[in-house]
Design a protein around this ligand. Structure first.
Ligand SMILES: Cc1ncc(COP(=O)(O)O)c(C=O)c1O
Length: 379
């Protein structure tokens, strides 16, 4: 194994870093993107190279809505979609437009660690709400709403990062009803929704975006390639209108018109569907192999739930164990993971760790599990 690099870190030779939550290099669809780029280069007026319309190109949004209708099993209006530079940028934009420094926001405990950083950039104060295996505990949201009024609630309802939990259909309805009643804006980060392996998730929160204050985020990072920096948000027309009028889009025009032209071709040529099928097949095999290894090699005191989609396995160690302390020992044995504390907004989750099956193929994943189990045993 040679030294490999990811956007966030360089992986030393010999190291297996199960913390990496991005696709293996061989899963990046170079040939498909070359084909799509050739197809869209036929654009006669070089329209894609000009400033784009603020909401994003209408042809791209039409192709995207057709794709999403297939995934979500419901109608998706192109008028309710706005093109973004990916979910991270969408979160940043929502913070800019729908909150101000010092505001409270609600987040899940745990939550996506890099979203925490974006919220900190905006000087927002997170209030952490509990989750269980069915996702966010909505009763706790209502309890907290009686104490404080946040600018918004940030939730990852489907195949959560890091837990892979999927918010149940009943809780989705309860949450939507609650956010209507309290006029609570819900920012639903649904980037993993298309990556289902062993069961079909309930409808996305995007399904409620015109009947409740919900903004749903999606991204091509998880289903095509993160380097495209292309995503979308789905929201009611009045929310889209507010975003379209913002300074960023007024000055620079729509986000990423060139890439969205290439991805429009990829969608129209069926290349995104094909890539998604490959990813689902690959990730699902890896996940099952990894879970089988964990089941057979770990003691009962180490617990996890087999994910039904997404990128991650969330392991819990016995109370009192410290994953961060184990990590420093693990690095000496060429194995890394993400300690749970990174995902906590209240310095908790010390006895948890997140493993990803997105980057390595099964043989390396199994080697990684062996090393990890040995290190945990030693510690
Ligand atoms: C929950 C969640 N949201 C957003 C992102 C980042 O998405 P993007 O590449 O579209 O900015 C990630 C990537 O790990 C993620 O796990």
């Amino acid at each position: 194994m040679s030294t490999a690099s990811s956007s966030q870190k360089v992986i030393p030779a010999g190291m297996i870093d199960l913390g990496i939550g991005q696709p293996s290099p061989w899963l990046l669809p170079a040939a498909a993107m070359q084909k799509a780029a050739g197809h869209c280069a036929k654009d006669p007026g070089c329209v894609l190279l000009a400033y784009g319309v603020e909401q994003g190109d209408g042809h791209f949004r039409l192709a995207l809505s057709g794709f999403l209708e297939g995934i979500y099993g419901m109608p998706v209006e192109p008028a309710h979609l706005l093109v973004t530079n990916g979910a991270s940028q969408a979160i940043d934009l929502i913070c800019t437009l729908f909150s101000k420094a010092g505001d409270t926001i609600f987040v899940e405990e745990p939550t996506y660690f890099l979203a925490r950083k974006i919220f900190a950039d905006h000087q927002l104060e997170p209030v952490a709400l509990p989750m269980d295996e069915d996702g966010l505990i909505v009763d706790a949201v209502e309890g907290e709403l009686k104490r404080s009024r946040p600018a918004f609630l940030y939730s990852i309802p489907t195949y959560h990062n890091p837990t892979s939990a999927c918010l149940s259909g009943a809780r989705r309805k309860q949450l939507v009803e609650l956010c209507r009643r309290y006029e609570l804006l819900v920012v639903a980060d649904e980037v993993y929704h298309p990556l289902s392996y062993t069961s079909v998730p309930p409808p996305p929160l995007a399904a409620f975006c015109t009947s409740a204050p919900v903004i749903s985020l999606g991204s091509f990072s998880k289903i095509l390639a993160p380097g495209l920096r292309l995503g979308w948000l789905q929201a009611a027309p009045e929310v889209i209108e507010r975003i379209v009028r913002c300074g960023l889009l007024d000055s620079g025009g729509g986000l990423n018109p060139f890439t969205s032209g290439v991805v429009r071709s990829a969608l129209e040529l069926g290349l995104v569907d094909k890539n998604l099928a490959l990813l689902k097949d690959t990730y699902s095999r890896r996940m099952q192999a990894m879970c089988a290894a964990l089941r057979s090699q770990t003691p009962e005191s180490i617990r996890f739930s087999e994910p039904s989609g997404g990128f991650f396995i969330w392991l819990s160690l016995p109370e009192g164990r410290d994953a961060l302390a184990i990590l420093s020992k693990a690095k000496e044995r060429n194995i890394e993971f993400m300690p749970g504390s990174k995902f906590s907004s209240r310095h908790g989750l010390k006895n948890f760790l997140r493993l990803s099956f997105a980057y390595y193929d099964t043989p390396d994943l199994l080697k990684g599990i062996e090393r990890l189990v040995a290190v945990i045993g030693e510690c």
